[in-house]
Write a protein that binds this ligand. Sequence first.
Ligand SMILES: C[S@@+](CC[C@H](N)C(=O)[O-])C[C@H]1O[C@@H](n2cnc3c(N)ncnc32)[C@H](O)[C@@H]1O
Length: 313
Amino acid sequence: MELSETFHALGEPTRLRILRLVAAARLNVSEVVSLIGVAQSSVSHHLAKLKGLELIREERLGGFTYYSLAVDASDPRWPLIRLAKDAEDTHGDLARLTELLRRREDRTSLNEKLLEPGQSWLLWASALSSLLPKLDVADFGCGTGLLTVELSRWARHVTAIDRSPQALEQAKARLAREKHQNVSFVEADLHALPAGLPKHDLVVISQSLHHVNEPAAVLAQAARLLGPGGRVVVMELMPHGEAWVKARLGHQHLGFAPELLEDALHAAGFTEVTLTATPRDGSSPFRAFLLTATRPPRARRASRPPAERRAYR
Ligand SMILES: C[S@@+](CC[C@H](N)C(=O)[O-])C[C@H]1O[C@@H](n2cnc3c(N)ncnc32)[C@H](O)[C@@H]1O
């Protein structure tokens, strides 16, 4: 390609800005438009010119056409590209590009969270919960009822318990909006639940234990509320160093070593304790884990003595 032709083409300032952006990241037309604030028709014209000079290449990805740099250090025009890349960013294009790439990454990780498996984790959760028998569930520390709503979709009845009247008001409003009528609300401290609550099949304690003073005492209350064979599900955070959550979010504990809660579950009379930890996510200081445990089934009536022993009676 003629060197003078390339010099001439890059003499146009907008084209130079576009080349520099495309040299830094693979971009589609609308992204370039949003970065340099020039009309799409003009951006398309400049991209076509750069492509005609074989400075950039075009490829189709996920229904969009993306542009990226097509030359490397072996091309005689490379010094010119380097000048363009190193030129002062007077319009702030590169800062906007950094922000765009960050948003793109966020979207990708959000998609990963939402769109798998089977296109939606929420649908997958609904599929699994639709297989459950109708259970009576207690939601310990229900907060504003986000999880309570999900529980009420498949439970026979949910007892939503929280000490905060404000949180309970919001939870009630949320459930009323959803027109779910299988939820009752109890304002109480999880360390000392009121007498007279019925037995439940399942207690869910989601991200509430790190708010209470005595997690072991709350697990003991869970055991008390469950009938024989009843289950408890605890969702918590691994130990972390984010001390700001104490003042800002009212946490009492900076996460828990799972063994600590496992021991507390055993001490409260639970058996069949299982632990599942979520994978590490480098972008978050918090890592969650799940514990499940079971109240032993009702002690069987003393079995009849074996026939040969009965014979001695
Ligand atoms: C982070 S929210 C959990 C919300 C909900 N479980 C979820 O997973 O979305 C913690 C809730 O626990 C409640 N809480 C904290 N200590 C409590 C206690 N001792 N007794 C009752 N509720 C308590 C707080 O009022 C708050 O609403």
